[in-house]
Design a protein around this ligand. Structure first.
Ligand code: ADP
Ligand code: ZN
Length: 433
């Protein structure tokens, strides 16, 4: 029933595994120039860690630390022991590089296989990876996991919907990995082609790599005619396979034998009690090549209290609501793009894409939301559109507390990204004050 016995280890067993992993990781870290300096200055060593909570003795590692150590200031093994590297997507600035030894690559593939098994995929299933290959971890990371599980794996890569559809049909695909924004786009494509998704016979989509709301997930399930599972990961923690939904679809189990996860107050760094939302901080527990201690992911989430119906004991993370650095401040109000997505995806008239634009007018920061609406709505009489516009402005204002400008546009007119969707365009610095 489970892929790895450790998925149902008792909490005490997990704590013991984490303590052991933490000690080993601290010992390994002493080989990297960055951590040797850090840990040396603190005067701590492996023997100072006797419970997972002792992690709090350590300072955080930040994305800026990684950038400063770029490219190889964090390596803990001889250069010739490394067989792979990946570079993060660079969504929020200069990318960072992560290096893997053969052991790291094998352990990572095993974690991804575990995730895919938890969703319901099995050896012998056909799996199509519809995300970009190359430096992005969603390509090779998912690919090796699928092979490890024993799936016939189709390395389709991103984009080219026509070819994707042909592959899905020709090879009778059971499951796919797809970025949520592209999943919606692909749903629209199927509709245009007159394809009934039920005829495809596929059952599972792993969706991740970018924030999305519960409503977006439900839409994806509807337009693709399958079950969609939230998949969380980041390059600094290998890539995909860090936390994953099981068949219960009630939060993402974070694999606590491989990672030590904490939620902290993003301002003060103080640990938050279970159930409260804050910044996710992660430590690798089994990585040889480039272990990281208390890495600040900048992703906002919380631990879901209580136990999961599936029986797995690893705690669950709630959906990521955004990044600490994608908060928009307009007229003194804090706005996260996901609040806007939540409102829009709840409106049946809305099609699949939207774009938030920030600009200046009369020396004031302003926000405009461009929203694609369904063809039949767009073609409706002017009063229908005006009514929709009015309702949308009101609902957005209720959610974000400022009144946005709203522009309704034809479905398909906002370019769909093949990789991570760009949700916000900031024109404030480009326009004269
Ligand atoms: P970058 O940080 O440059 O985008 P990565 O490709 O490593 O580089 O992406 C990891 C990030 O993607 C995470 O830190 C998170 O912000 C986002 N992400 C990944 N999976 C999910 C998910 N399931 N839900 C929300 N956000 C996600
Ligand atoms: Zn579960």
């Amino acid at each position: 029933m489970f892929y790895d016995a450790v998925e149902v280890a008792s909490r005490d067993e997990l704590a013991a595994l984490q303590t052991e992993g933490l000690r080993r990781t601290v010992a390994t870290c002493l080989a990297s120039p960055f951590y040797r300096r850090r840990l040396g200055a603190l005067g701590v060593g492996p023997e100072d860690f006797n419970s997972p909570l002792d992690i709090r003795k350590l300072p955080f590692t930040t994305k800026d630390d990684l950038r400063a150590g770029y490219p190889d200031g964090f390596l803990c093994q001889p250069r010739e022991d490394f067989i792979r590297l990946h570079v993060s997507s660079g969504t929020t600035g200069a990318p960072t590089a992560v290096f893997y030894t053969a052991n790291d690559v094998a352990a990572w593939a095993n974690l991804v296989a575990r995730c895919m098994h938890a969703v319901g995929l099995r050896r012998g299933d056909v799996f199509q990876n519809m995300s970009g290959y190359g430096l992005f971890t969603g390509g090779l990371g998912i690919h090796y996991g699928a092979e490890r599980l024993g799936c016939l794996t189709v390395p389709a890569g991103a984009g080219n919907s026509k070819r994707q559809l042909k592959l899905l049909r020709d090879f009778k695909v059971d499951g796919v990995h797809i970025i949520p924004s592209y999943a919606l786009h692909f749903g629209q494509f199927l509709r245009q082609e007159g394809v009934d998704p039920a005829d495809l016979g596929w059952r599972f989509a792993l969706i991740g790599a970018e924030p999305h709301t519960e409503r977006t997930r439900r839409r994806i399930e509807e337009v693709l005619g399958l079950k969609a599972f939230n998949s969380y990961g980041l390059t600094e923690m290998n890539g995909p396979g860090v936390a994953f939904e099981c068949a219960a679809q009630a939060g993402m189990h974070v694999w606590e034998d491989a990672y030590l996860a904490e939620i902290v107050d993003p301002q003060t760094g103080a640990p938050l009690p279970d159930g409260e939302t804050g910044e996710l901080v992660m430590t690798t527990l089994g990585r040889d090549g480039m272990p990281l201690l208390r890495y600040r992911t900048r992703d906002l989430t919380r631990f879901i209290p209580g136990e999961c119906a599936c029986g797995r004991t690893h705690r669950r993370l709630d959906r990521i609501t955004g990044r600490t650095d994608d908060m928009i401040i307009i007229k003194g109000c804090n706005i996260f793009p996901m609040q806007i997505e939540q409102v829009l995806m709840a409106m049946p008239e809305v099609a699949n894409n939207y774009l938030i634009e920030l600009y200046q007018e009369n020396d004031m920061d302003q926000i405009r939301v461009k929203v694609e609406v369904r063809d039949e709505v767009f073609a409706a009489a002017a009063p229908t559109l005006a009514g929709l516009h009015k309702r949308m402005v009101a609902r957005l204002r209720d959610e974000v507390l400022v009144t946005p400008a709203v522009e309704l546009v034809r479905a398909g007119s906002i370019p769909a990204a093949e990789g991570k969707a760009v949700r916000v365009e900031d024109h404030r610095l480009l326009e004269p004050a």
